[in-house]
Design a protein around this ligand. Structure first.
Ligand code: DGT
Ligand code: CA
Ligand code: CA
Length: 609
């Protein structure tokens, strides 16, 4: 990553690059003002001007500028730093905008923006996030009811004051309330992958504090849920004030929200809150068990304690006033007649049945993966060439991969028609001959079209060594049609696996509706494999579906869907999802050594043909 020298504004920010296909491509530490930050400032400026009722043409110019900068593949900061380049050469950027961009890049803000911010509170701009609430209404709410936050907006809607405002009415007030509820629900949860690097960094930071013996994460993070609402850390330390001070001093911490003797709540700059609890050694296991949750799991564990005449809380397991145990999780579980249960399984689903019958699975580990059967190259929307992807896979220690570029329907991603696909495969064949230490399959990510046909003819699919069938379009079709589409793919003899089954993007796009039992039944009967797409926004199939696949004996593959050489990094999130579904290495085909994997694949294909 290049440093933009010559500009006065420089700071470090951890950011996540999301491509137009909404794929997190990688995490970087970037020492320049990001285009996205400049875009955000222009958007804010436009919002503020709109609330002020300013000239719509000027507002449009700012919004267009924001879009231009947002879509720009190169760094605006670098264009500013480069004396041979002119901002005005960019489309839609005139003299006035160029000067403003220059000011933003060098000072981090704009005088005009600062002035507007001093007049219009941030909470008023925030109101624009409420679905159906535009700038005129936000201005009226601010000017006539002095509403300056979402909380006040809710109160005023509930009190009936909003309904009485001119131009509002009961219906509008109701729709604002619904919009607020929607916002709340979408909530502030972050993807596990967004939280993990920082959580690991904070754990390492606290472990270095003198007197600290143990620090671990609990809560949803430890259970490896797809998203994390807040982080929960637990520390065993001789000096609790010292640990809290160390946390408060970490640059990732924005603000200390609460601080007690043994508990601290902070707000992280990442946009997440975090609880740190310092507990004594004799309670550590009980506290870890308690704060790992889930709540439903804990209810069952506590009930088992009660049945044994014991009382379980975060301080330990007690008989009357006497502590029986609590230093480790193992002793807590043992005291209620259970073996230790992996955090990923603690959702009050099947884990207690398994624990009692001695059939808790030995869960798959990230290190078990030996192959990856879903990735893209520059032939379609990937950023790496065939060679680069092979070399990155080798560097990661993978023994086999399938290159699965898009089929023609995905025109946005330059999807391949039969002719281009055959050329692409010929190229893969030539290139793979140079790499004796990795097996490279000629694959395809073939779209299942809206009309329940496949995007490529059978004779082409028959030439593939690996066919992943997926839904990309028409995800809102009725369940019956989605089911029909998936069944077409499942019944096609050339299809090996179904990729990202539901098409969901967590928190952004709901899963396609389908008759899931029928689809899984079909997959089991036809010997198809189910992908866990490891992309942090997809994690599709989800944990419950994976658990059902396990029951039906459907083989699973965990794939990165890499779109760049960094793309393999996400594989572990797929493994976490598999663990939450109760999978062992043996349930996951790409934990097999190449020879065995290949035999299984051939057997699958023969059974179909
Ligand atoms: P999150 O933060 O929404 O992603 O989910 P969690 O599971 O991390 O929930 P959180 O942070 O509210 O609480 C952490 C754990 O502490 C939770 O999984 C179980 C335990 N816990 C918290 N509050 C209660 C409670 O009122 N009763 C019981 N039994 N357990 C609780
Ligand atoms: Ca939590
Ligand atoms: Ca918490």
């Amino acid at each position: 990553m290049v440093f933009s020298g010559g500009t006065g504004y420089a700071r470090f920010a951890v950011w996540i690059h999301v491509s137009p296909g909404e794929r997190i491509i990688g995490f970087w530490c970037v020492p320049v003002m990001q285009n996205s930050e400049i875009t955000r400032l222009f958007e804010e400026l436009a919002d503020l001007l709109e609330i002020q009722g300013e000239n719509p043409f000027r507002i449009r110019a700012y919004r267009n500028a924001a879009r231009t900068l947002g879509d720009l593949p190169e760094s605006v900061s670098q264009i500013v730093a480069d004396t041979t380049r002119q901002l005005e050469d960019l489309p839609g950027i005139g003299k006035d905008l160029a000067a403003k961009i220059q000011t933003i890049v060098t000072t981090g803000t704009l005088p005009q923006l600062e002035e507007l911010r001093s007049v219009v509170p941030a909470g008023v701009v925030e109101m624009l996030r409420v679905p159906g609430l535009g700038p005129k209404k936000a201005a009226a709410l601010f000017q006539q009811l002095q509403v300056t936050s979402l909380a006040e907006l809710k109160t005023q809607c509930e009190s009936g004051a909003v309904a009485k405002l001119k131009g509002f009415g009961a219906k509008t007030a109701q729709s604002i309330l619904e919009g607020l509820a929607h916002l709340e629900q979408a909530g502030q949860r972050l993807y596990l992958a967004e939280v993990e690097p920082l959580a690991e960094e904070l754990l390492a930071h606290l472990r270095r504090v003198p007197g600290v013996t143990r620090v671990e994460a609990a809560g949803s993070f430890r259970r490896r849920r797809e998203t994390v609402g807040d982080l929960d850390l637990l520390a065993l330390a001789s000096d609790s004030a010292g640990v809290m001070q160390a946390l408060a001093g970490h640059p990732a911490v924005e603000k200390v929200l609460q601080q007690g003797e043994t508990k601290q709540r902070v707000r992280l700059k990442l946009g997440l809150e975090m609880d740190l609890r310092v507990v004594p050694a004799e309670s550590y296991g009980a506290a870890l068990q308690y704060f790992t949750g889930s709540k439903d799991h804990n209810i069952v564990v506590r009930q088992r304690a009660i049945e044994r005449g014991l009382k379980l809380n975060e301080y330990g397991l007690f008989r009357g006033e006497t502590r029986e145990c609590g230093a480790t999780e193992e002793e807590v579980y043992a005291a209620v007649g259970l073996p230790w249960i992996a955090p990923e399984l603690r959702e009050a689903r099947r884990e207690f049945d398994w624990a009692i019958s001695g059939s808790l699975p030995t869960l798959i580990e990230p290190g078990d993966l030996k192959g990856d059967l879903h990735m893209h190259t520059t032939a379609t929307d990937g950023a790496g060439t065939i060679r680069e992807m092979i070399e990155a896979a080798l560097a990661r220690g993978l023994k086999y991969i399938a290159i699965t570029d898009h089929s023609q329907r995905v025109s946005m991603a330059n999807g391949l028609d039969a002719g281009r696909l055959r050329k692409h495969w010929a190229e893969i064949e030539t290139i793979r001959a140079d790499y004796p230490h990795i097996h490279v399959l000629k694959g395809i990510e073939c779209d299942i079209l809206e009309d329940a046909t496949l995007d490529l003819p059978d004779d082409v699919l028959a030439e593939a060594e690996w066919v992943l069938a997926v839904l990309h379009y028409g995800l809102k079709q009725p369940a019956a049609q989605i089911t029909r589409r998936l069944m077409t793919a499942i019944e096609n003899p050339h299809v090996d696996a179904i990729g990202h089954l539901t098409g969901r993007l967590i928190g952004k796009r709901p899963a396609a509706e389908m008759d899931l039992p029928a689809v899984l039944q079909g997959m089991a009967q036809q010997g198809k494999w189910l992908e866990i797409n490891a992309h942090p926004a997809r994690l599709d199939a989800d944990d419950l579906t994976v658990a059902q696949a396990r029951e039906l004996g459907i083989p699973v593959v965990i794939n990165s869907d890499a779109h760049s050489v960094q793309g393999f990094e996400v594989l572990k999130y797929g493994v976490y999802q598999a663990r939450r579904g109760g999978l062992s290495a043996a349930d996951v085909m790409n934990t097999l050594a190449w020879g065995e994997f290949h035999r299984r694949l051939q057997r699958r294909r023969r059974a179909d043909h």
